[in-house]
Design a protein around this ligand. Structure first.
Ligand code: APR
Length: 239
């Protein structure tokens, strides 16, 4: 019998305490940038240079940020659980914290992909983080940010649904549950499987009670609380 499967769905809130802006909180990214100009397929077609520059700025910011205790506690839980991380975040903080199974639903800031062959992806190195509409891949293709823009498909959703369906414990952390299909993941949890939702200002999901246990706290505090809850549950089952 392997370790219980703990599947977590994380949003921008888990990276907030690392100093990375969320999108819809006061002062968030979408308060300062016109989302449809910098993060939509139409916006990219209309002004690719503006979009490249938006992601160049976010990459420059990201390399000055580090995983926080929430990312680290999650990575440590791999000692006792088979942990699967599904994230809407495009930062690499889960990777840098040491999580081993990570699925990005909305792309990855530190990668670029071919415009004509989307399966061709390159990782940016720290010396060359800037891209432009003239950026070419090693295969000669014109490259673009490896980000899922609004109006584009979410290719990893199918795998994410499979992971959620196999969860023995499901955790949602730091997401306003505004954006689909990611927000719909919690509906794929099997009946009777406990769901923990960690957020200082949680979206209203009373419809899912009593399956959902809300931990109204910031990510670093909430992950400590979750860790204690899980440890106490293990003591109960071991006794
Ligand atoms: N700890 C935990 N959660 C926090 C913290 C914190 N310190 N600070 C804020 N939050 C919560 C907010 O209460 C909110 O519920 O994080 C959530 C942030 O919501 P959004 O800004 O909407 O971020 P997210 O849900 O990840 O956005 C989803 O929208 O624009 C797209 O592609 C983008 O992946 C993003 C998607």
């Amino acid at each position: 019998m392997g370790k219980p499967k703990l599947v977590i769905s994380s949003g921008a809130g888990i990276s907030a305490e690392s100093g990375i802006s969320t999108f819809r909180d006061a002062g968030g990214l979408w308060e300062n940038y016109p989302v449809m100009e910098v993060c939509s397929a139409d916006g990219f077609r209309k002004n690719p240079r503006l979009v490249h520059d938006f992601y160049n700025a976010r990459r420059k910011d990201l390399i000055t940020k580090f995983p926080n205790d929430a990312h680290k506690i999650l990575a440590e839980l791999e000692k006792d659980y088979d942990v699967y991380v599904i994230t809407q975040n495009v930062d690499d903080l889960h990777e840098r914290a040491g999580s081993s199974k990570i699925l990005h639903l909305h792309g990855e800031l530190m990668k670029i992909r071919s415009v004509s062959h989307p399966e061709y992806v390159e990782k940016l190195d720290l010396e060359h983080l800037e891209t432009s509409p003239e950026t070419k891949g090693e295969n000669g293709d014109t490259m673009r940010p490896h980000i899922v823009f609004f109006q584009e498909a979410v290719p990893n959703m199918e795998t994410a649904v499979e992971w959620v369906h196999e969860a023995d414990i499901f955790v949602v952390i730091g997401t306003s549950l505004n954006v689909y299909p990611a927000a719909g993941l919690l509906h794929y949890v099997r009946p009777g499987i406990p769901i923990y939702y960690i957020d200082p200002n949680p979206a209203d999901i009373t419809i899912m009670e009593p399956q959902v246990h809300i931990i109204k706290a910031k990510a670093t505090e909430g992950m400590k609380i979750l860790k204690d809850i899980l440890e106490n549950k293990n003591k109960e089952t071991d006794s």
